[in-house]
Ligand binder design. Sequence first.
Ligand code: 3HC
Ligand code: NAI
Length: 695
Amino acid sequence: MTHPVTYEREGRIGLIRIENGPVNALGHAVRAGITAAIDAFAADAEAGIAVVYGVGRLFIGGADISEFGKPPQDPWLPEVVNHIEACPKPVIAAIHGAALGGGLEVALGCHYRLAMQGTKLGLPEVTLGILPGAGGTQRTPRLTGLATAMEMISSGVPVTPDDALSSGLIDRIGTGDLLADAKGYATELLDQNAPVRPVSAMPRPAPDAGASAAIRATLAKRAKGLVSPLAAVEAVEASCSTDLTEGLAFERARFNEVLDTPQREGLIHAFFIERKVARLPEIDGVAPRSFARIGVIGGGTMGAGIATAALLRGLAVTLIERDAAAADKARATIDGNLAAAVKRGKLSEDKRAAILSDALITATDYAALSDADLVIEAVFENMDVKKQVFAELDRVCKPGAVLATNTSYLDINEIAASISRPADVIGLHFFSPAHVMKLLEVVVADKTASDVTATAFALAKTLGKVAVRAGVCDGFIGNRILSHYRAAADRMVLAGASPFEIDDALTDFGFAMGPYAVADLAGLDIGYMTRQRKATTRDPQEVVPTWADELYHLGRLGQKTGRGYYIYEGRQGTPDPEVEDLITKARMEAGIAPRAFTKDEIVRRYMAAMVNESARVVEEGIAQRPLDVDVTLLSGYGFPRYRGGPLKWADMQGLRALLADIESYAQDDPFFWKPAPLLTRLAAEEQTFDSLNAG
Ligand code: 3HC
Ligand code: NAI
């Protein structure tokens, strides 16, 4: 294997070339290679200046994340960066694509920085639960001032070359060819006899009490529950009062602290599983079908959102509604969504006009779908209606068109079996609002062809969604697990907890919202309809939240009617005391004397129910791997990212302890608390869910 870092010279310019896999991550060989290349340049009497550059998509994507948690190997990245900075002859960083984390820190160790237009420059460590650990917190503020550095490092959001140039982070923007521009810059600096210019020798940034207070106020909201953003801010602030050596020692101490947290483990798990989730043997090497023209049936909540998502990503859409008025209404909803995108700067006004006149067709006749490559049905959640729609699609669609349903719960095998081409049928379960929510469950039915599955994953990528493969069952992965943990919450309510205590405990745990606030957001009619659908098949031992049925009958459907579990002024809800009365009535009817629940017990029971059902979903093959469950809950259900997903959380708790909880709850309530066999087996073998993610 050739070495990932090479040194060569052209005229008086030394070229240090980094080539290491997809993102030029700073693994051990690269760190050692950069050190050696700097030594070679320093010793090369013919060379007056050096250019460090990366080969491939980008400069350097950062430290090698897969090395975290393993024993460190010399040289450490901070030493490498110091070594570059200490070079007696000037070194230029020539940056294209991205310089992230340790990548930007390497550039900050260089004496001059050139970034190509379109490059992302950032210190995203906090998104992984850590902070810059190779001088980023000390050198950035010396270049940009304290406020800019604190914002950049505590948010993790990359900046553009224009912003970086005006803040002093870089010296020049390149617009042509990377190496040609870098050599041109090097020649200029040689001609000027430009000196080395170590950032560490620059003056310390001035303290800024106002900026320090403002960033803390921002973090209290933006980084609620997270440890590393504040630690990063404190490290940046240290640069005001320390020289570089002391500052680096402070940064290192904070870095080691956060490296050792479950948050770091959870966030890095999330990073890797999001990249692994689309890697499925069944579609490996399978070419997707075309999906340039999308058909959408139904222009209600979901159909209009799905159409918007496709249009925003450059796809053509034909939307079918029941009559002209409904079609016009759908067009108006889509127009509103596009207008909002224009307002947020995501779309130009010209593009919006072009989409509405050229890319979107609304119609009432299914014949308009004859040239559609892929059709997504989003009509009412009713099997007979869905079958009628699929019969029409079978009649009008061209051979090979992918026929997808957005059903939330219905049996996709039954839908597929009702037409002549079941291999073309698949579930594409979007989440509301479909043009905003990241998750897309790809529900593969018994007869779905593998190139149809490949097409679904390719479509998700085009739409910027995180696709998770699911199998057919009531609720697929996400809604099935949700209905179980929601049932655990309802059992706690009947036993004495209030819905507001439950929501409170779970938002403290890190969920974006608790289950009852979520129910209000989705609309209490949705839960009611689901209970009606299951009324005849339900086990009599299941707890039916009669209070929720009463809210439905009172027309209190949640946010959309201004009242549900909460009373709303805009989106802000306050607990409705009348809900407590309805619950008290339900307890009296069931002969239950209410007891108190601590926040800890609420969380443990809720999470135990979530993990137990997740284990069943994996064991039954509805989710092929534990990571599919974790990604589903992280991307679509507001699960706190820093906990990595329910099954990563379970691994970190220890499966034995979790099983012991379930067994103790089962003593009073054996119907609901049956340990999942997979959980029992993994606990007995002292294994983790993560051990099933390998491969
Ligand atoms: N270390 C190890 N592997 C990495 C990596 C890293 N820093 N960054 C990306 N990879 C891997 C991915 O896991 C993926 O592997 P796979 O093909 O086996 O799944 C592969 O590289 C390609 O990654 P993406 O699919 O994400 O490629 P994209 O082109 O879409 O994105 C990227 C490239 C913007 C660089 C994106 O990968 C990214 O955001 N990476 C992480 C950047 C980051 O957080 N850097 C900071 C690291 S921490 C650090 O530097 C600490 C220091 O301060 C001491
Ligand atoms: P909705 O009631 O808002 O919209 C349904 C639309 O379909 C209506 O505009 C209706 O006029 C139209 N329609 C009905 N029959 C039709 C037909 N034969 N031809 C053409 N148009 C027809 O319903 P919503 O919420 O958009 O749900 C649609 C589907 O998406 C359902 O299967 C639902 O389970 C699913 N879903 C809903 C989610 C949600 O949060 N609302 C989330 C994920 C999936």
